[in-house]
Design a protein around this ligand. Structure first.
Ligand code: RIB
Ligand code: CA
Length: 313
C-alpha cells in the first residue's frame, strides 16, 4: 500500500498533540506521508500553536517536517481561545524541549497550495482546529479544489455541541472559515462530536499510558490533566481524542462508519452560530451531499492504535 500524502493544519492543543504523534506513528507504519503541517489560532494564540506543533513533531523525532504559520485570528469573528481546556500555553502546562528546526516564514495558505500542486491532486488535507487557514487558501487560490483529494476535519456535530448547545468549538471559533470549506466542492469527511465522543480512552487505558515511560506517554500524562478533570466534572470518564479521528480515518477508513450528507454552517445565528446543519436523515433539502458525516468508530481498535503510537514515540 502506498503512503497517502497528508497536510495537517492544527491549533496545537492537547488532543492535537495526540493526533500529531499518531500521524507520525502512522507514517512509520507506511500508511501516511506528512507533507507539511500548519498552525492556526484556536485552542491558544498562533504564537503558541506554532511552537507547540514544532515541538511536538520534534518530540516525535520528526523535527524536519516543516511547520508553517497561519492565521492569528478568525476570518471575521474575534478570536476566542479554548485556554480553559488547553491552558494558555495550549499543552496543558506540559513543558517539552524546543525544536531546533528553523522557523518557516511562508504563510500556511501559500505552503499548502504549493504542496497540493506538488502532489498533483493526491494530497489529503486534515483540519484539527478552526478552518481559517484552509478558507484563506481556498479564497486566494480558486483552483485549489483541483489539487486536494479531500478534506478530513475534526469539527461540527450533527447533534449538540461542546462550545454551545448548538456548536462544536472548531466550527464555532470561525464559522465563516468552516462555511468556505463546506462550500468548496471538495469532499469533506466530517469527524464531529457524533463520533469523537465515542473516541474515548478509558480509565484503564489512561493507567496503561501512565505506566509507560515513552516521550509520547509522558507528554500525554503531563498535558491532559485539566481536560480529564473537565470531562470528570461533566460526568465523563477518561479522555476523548477528538483530533485523532480524522488522522485515523485517513489511514483506516474501515475503522469508522459514516453516511453521505449535505452539511452547511450557520454563520449568522446568535445562539446557533457555528451549527453544522446536517441534511442526512430528512428528505434531503440541501440537494447536495458534500460530506460524509462520521457517526461510529471501532473504539477498541481506535484506542489500540493511539496507545501504540504514544508508546512508540
Ligand atoms: O471540539 C474539539 C476540538 O476543539 C478539538 O480540535 C480540540 O483540539 C479543540 O480545538
Ligand atoms: Ca484541535
Amino acid at each position: 500500500m502506498s503512503k497517502k500524502p497528508v497536510w495537517i493544519d492544527t491549533d496545537a492543543g492537547v488532543d492535537d498533540a495526540v493526533a500529531l504523534l499518531t500521524a507520525v506513528y502512522l507514517e512509520r507504519e507506511g500508511l501516511l506521508e506528512i507533507r507539511g503541517v500548519s498552525a492556526v489560532c484556536g485552542n491558544a494564540k498562533l504564537e503558541r500553536t506554532f511552537e507547540n506543533a514544532r515541538n511536538v513533531l520534534c518530540l516525535a523525532g520528526r523535527e524536519e517536517i516543516p511547520v508553517f504559520p497561519g492565521a492569528g485570528k478568525p476570518l471575521l469573528v474575534e478570536l476566542s481561545t479554548a485556554a480553559y481546556v488547553h491552558g494558555e500555553d495550549g499543552l496543558g502546562g506540559a513543558v517539552i524541549p524546543p525544536s531546533p528546526a528553523g522557523r518557516e516564514s511562508m504563510p500556511a495558505w501559500d505552503a499548502l497550495y504549493r504542496s497540493a500542486r506538488e502532489c498533483a491532486g493526491e494530497l489529503e488535507l486534515i483540519l484539527l482546529g478552526p478552518e481559517t487557514n484552509a478558507a484563506i487558501a481556498l479564497r486566494k487560490y480558486p483552483d485549489l479544489p483541483k489539487y486536494l483529494k479531500r478534506i478530513l476535519i475534526m469539527g461540527g456535530a450533527e447533534v449538540g455541541g461542546n462550545k454551545t448547545p448548538a456548536a462544536e468549538y472548531n466550527i464555532w471559533a470561525d464559522p465563516h472559515g468552516a462555511q468556505t470549506v463546506f462550500k468548496s466542492g471538495i469532499p469533506v469527511i466530517m469527524c464531529g462530536l457524533d463520533v469523537t465522543m465515542q473516541a474515548q480512552l478509558l480509565p484503564e487505558e489512561l493507567q496503561e499510558i501512565e505506566s509507560y515511560d515513552s516521550r509520547g506517554c509522558r507528554l500525554f500524562k503531563e498535558s491532559t490533566g485539566s481536560a480529564i478533570e473537565l470531562y470528570r466534572q461533566s460526568g465523563l470518564e477518561g479522555f476523548f481524542a477528538h483530533d485523532a479521528c480524522p488522522v485515523l480515518y485517513a489511514a483506516y477508513p474501515e475503522m469508522f462508519q459514516g453516511e453521505p450528507s449535505g452539511v452547511f454552517v450557520e454563520t449568522r445565528g446568535s445562539i446557533t452560530r457555528g451549527k453544522t446543519v446536517c441534511d442526512r436523515i430528512t428528505d434531503i433539502k440541501f440537494g447536495v451531499r458534500n460530506a460524509i458525516v462520521v457517526h461510529g468508530v471501532d473504539r477498541d481498535w481506535f484506542s489500540r492504535v493511539i496507545l501504540a503510537a504514544l508508546k512508540a514515540v
